[in-house]
Design a protein around this ligand. Structure first.
Ligand code: SF4
Length: 412
């Protein structure tokens, strides 16, 4: 459009597929050869070429979206990793995941059994109110109690630290990867299967938090609330997780009930802070690897005393901590400071130090990141570290697709 037939012909010379030629002095694009890479649009001095983008197809890191014969986008679920990037990219909100809001609302209004909210650390700063006010809002919605998922994250850290010792120190494997991001888990199993044997088998923070909650309230319903759509797919596989809501869905429930969070008392609502500082920082890039790293000395000590490897020990330990804190009824209104950490310091035995842990961080997981995972699967000894942390969302869960950005956009 507006091609001046310029002498330099940068579009013709730069096209990687030779899709452009000149017809009557003007550039002509052969659509059968064009791969829509946008190179010609970048080099045209007259802005006469526009890259035709389809946001959801461009956003998908694993090429799981294509066009059907009618021109509509279709998702190939054999490739999809449930990362939600397509949902975020669509300007029309046309990509949705089935919601469990109605089911949760029924359980809350029925009032037959306790409904416990499990709050992921990533959502705590997303609302227009303090964490205490968020706890009050959850109580007004009918939740019996609120538990921080950071508690379960602490169990994951200990388990993964033990696994890391087993993989790297004992079995001399070249690397291990964390596994708490379910979209990463799907990415490995569907797109880099040779890496699968190095993925941690430890449960996720959501899973262990639900275990802790069930020990105190065996007859309850557990509802995980986080910014993640992949967690819903994970929740369906976990018998101890009944429902998964996104932060955005919770905001809709709060708004639908007419609750004005800012006007609620800034007081604890029988909520508890259970997790350590490291558990809270699971929500940001590098947080998981740092938590595993911080747990290595303690795990070494546990393995040395031969009381490790059994999840029962860990969950019981944290469950006791849970009961004690529940009685106190405390919940931090701000992200905890380093002084708030509940990790005990253990002596590092046998000369192995945390310096042996060499983390590699991948976030966001884009097409290039998927290629890196495939390369690590082919040649794990070439990976630049021995603990790979991959958070599919850019910067970690705080930028998850189930955050409340879209709801705020809708209000605007
Ligand atoms: Fe979900 Fe967090 Fe992974 Fe994003 S980075 S897909 S929010 S677990």
């Amino acid at each position: 459009d507006g091609c001046e037939g310029c002498v330099a012909r940068p579009c013709i010379f730069n096209c990687p597929t030779q899709a452009i030629s000149r017809v009557d002095g003007k550039a002509f694009i052969d659509k059968s050869k064009c791969i829509n890479c946008g190179t010609c649009a970048k080099v045209c001095p007259y802005n006469a070429i526009q890259k035709k983008t389809i946001p959801c197809i461009d956003a998908c890191p694993v090429d799981a979206i294509s066009k059907d014969a009618d021109g509509a986008s279709v998702i190939d679920f054999d490739k999809c990793i449930y990362c939600g990037k397509c949902m975020l990219s669509c300007p029309f909100g046309a990509i949705l995941m089935p919601s469990q809001v109605i089911s949760v609302t029924h359980k809350l209004t029925e009032g037959k059994r306790p409904v416990i909210a499990m709050l992921a650390p990533a959502v705590m700063g997303m609302y227009d109110g303090t964490v205490k006010q968020l706890g009050q809002a959850l109580k007004q919605l009918g939740f019996s109690d609120v538990v921080e998922v950071a508690a379960g994250a602490d169990v994951t850290s200990l388990m993964e630290a033990e696994e890391w010792i087993e993989h790297i120190v004992i079995q001399k494997d070249p690397l291990m990867t964390t596994s708490c991001c379910p979209a990463f888990y799907h990415a490995v199993h569907k797109h880099a299967p040779k890496l699968s044997k190095f993925v941690s088998h430890s449960g996720s923070p959501m899973h262990y938090t639900a275990e802790i909650v069930r020990r105190n309230h065996p007859d309850c319903y557990t509802v995980f609330i986080g910014p993640c759509v992949a967690k819903r797919a994970e929740g369906l596989r976990r018998p101890n997780v009944d429902y998964v809501l996104t932060a955005e869905e919770l905001l809709c429930m709060i708004q639908a009930k007419g609750i004005e969070m800012k006007k609620l008392p800034d007081e604890d609502a029988s909520t508890s802070r259970l997790g350590s500082r490291e558990g809270v920082y699971y929500c940001v890039k590098e947080g998981v690897a740092q938590a595993v790293l911080a747990s290595v000395p303690r795990s070494l000590e546990r393995l040395k005393q031969n009381d490790g490897r059994h999840i029962d020990h860990l969950v019981t330990h944290i469950s006791q901590l849970d009961s004690a804190k529940l009685e106190e009824g405390t919940m931090t209104s701000e992200p905890p400071t380093p002084d708030g950490a509940t990790h005990e310091k253990a002596a590092v035995p046998d000369g192995i130090t945390t310096a042996a842990v060499k983390p590699v961080f991948i976030s966001p997981l884009d097409k290039k990141g998927v290629k890196m995972l495939q390369a690590y699967g082919e040649k794990p000894e070439k990976a630049p570290g021995n603990l790979i942390e991959c958070m599919v969302c850019d910067g970690g869960c705080i930028n998850g697709p189930g955050g409340i950005v879209r709801a705020q956009m809708g209000k605007a």
